[in-house]
Ligand binder design. Structure first.
Ligand code: SF4
Length: 307
């Protein structure tokens, strides 16, 4: 059975909360497939430093190291018992067969990297879009993989557990340019969004929480610009931001904390500054212009008012 060790750097604990509330498989189902060496929120008998000593001496194998939170060399933060997070990484990164960064802080540095004012706060292999993380850009574990980034603020529990299961089952994991599993991150929240017809006919939602309309044109939805399967692997199996009438905030991308005014669409002479991925501005203007002219009456009514 593969072993799994979870450690934390600078974190709000959000990824832990998310993963512990996961389903399909749940964290507890996952524990029938992997042996948990330590998790700061779950392990109460085991001490982290004892686990680390056993790994150091070769008495315990470390198959999957999971890191939550940004990495800092500042000794005042990110301590786990007698070790700082960097001391832990120096020891464990050489021993782990796989390393998973759970969430955007461990992947990109995210909010701690931006607001700490400290250029040494970073992700495991990236600092925002640059390969300037704590571990070298060409770092690979003994399995031949770099740090596998499961991004999101927080990480989706099923994206995490399904990646661990892929490792347990010995499957190949194809990664994108930010080292995220393609199986999950080749999709956009726009794929599978129930508001797609409104997007096509350029019918904008009037307000958050409404059943009708798309949130792209005024309300800042990043669904067509973000890599994440939020409308394919739903949250708590039932919903997503856009299904609930809330804009996608693009929280799986490196620039999530760098953007401003999340709830409005930045425009130049009425045209969104950023258009859907893969579409030129010219094509976007042509298609939306046609859609606007050929109005779809059904979509401009409230759903309750339709026959
Ligand atoms: S609400 Fe967002 S994700 Fe849904 S169709 Fe509109 S732009 Fe796409």
């Amino acid at each position: 059975m593969k072993t799994l060790l979870w450690i934390q750097g600078l974190t709000c604990n959000g990824n832990t909360q998310s993963v512990l509330n996961g389903e399909n498989p749940s964290f507890y189902e996952l524990l029938t497939k992997v042996r948990l060496l330590f998790h700061p929120a779950v392990s109460y008998r085991e001490k982290l430093h004892n686990v680390v000593e056993r790994i150091k001496k070769g008495k315990e194998k470390l198959d999957i190291l999971v890191v939550e939170g940004a990495i800092t060399g500042d000794e005042r933060f990110g301590r786990a018992g007698k070790y700082s997070i960097t001391e832990l990484l120096d020891i464990l990164s050489r021993k782990a067969e796989y390393i998973i960064a759970a969430g955007n802080c461990a992947s990109f540095g995210n909010i701690p990297a931006l607001y700490s004012g400290n250029p040494d706060v970073r992700g495991l292999q990236f600092r925002f879009e640059k390969k300037d993380g704590y571990l070298p850009p060409d770092f690979k574990t003994s399995s031949g993989y770099p740090v596998i980034n499961i991004t999101g603020c927080p990480v989706h529990p099923a994206w995490f557990t399904q990646t661990v299961m892929a490792i347990v089952e010995g499957k190949d994991i194809m990664l994108d340019r930010f080292n995220r599993p393609k199986e999950l991150f080749m999709y956009l929240p726009h794929d599978g969004c129930i508001r797609n017809e409104y997007f096509e006919w350029k019918v904008e939602s009037e307000e958050f929480g409404h059943k009708e309309g798309c949130l792209f044109y005024n309300l800042g939805c990043r669904g067509p610009l973000t890599h994440a399967p939020c409308n394919k692997v739903l949250w708590n199996r039932v919903s997503s931001k856009t299904r609930a009438g809330m804009s996608c905030l693009g929280c799986t991308e490196f620039d999530f904390p760098l953007r401003e005014n999340y709830f409005e669409t930045k425009k130049n002479i009425g045209i969104p500054e950023e258009v859907p991925l893969g579409v030129t501005k010219r094509a976007y203007i042509t298609i939306t212009g046609v859609a606007k002219t050929l109005k779809n009456e059904r979509l401009t009514k409230k759903l309750e008012e339709t026959d």
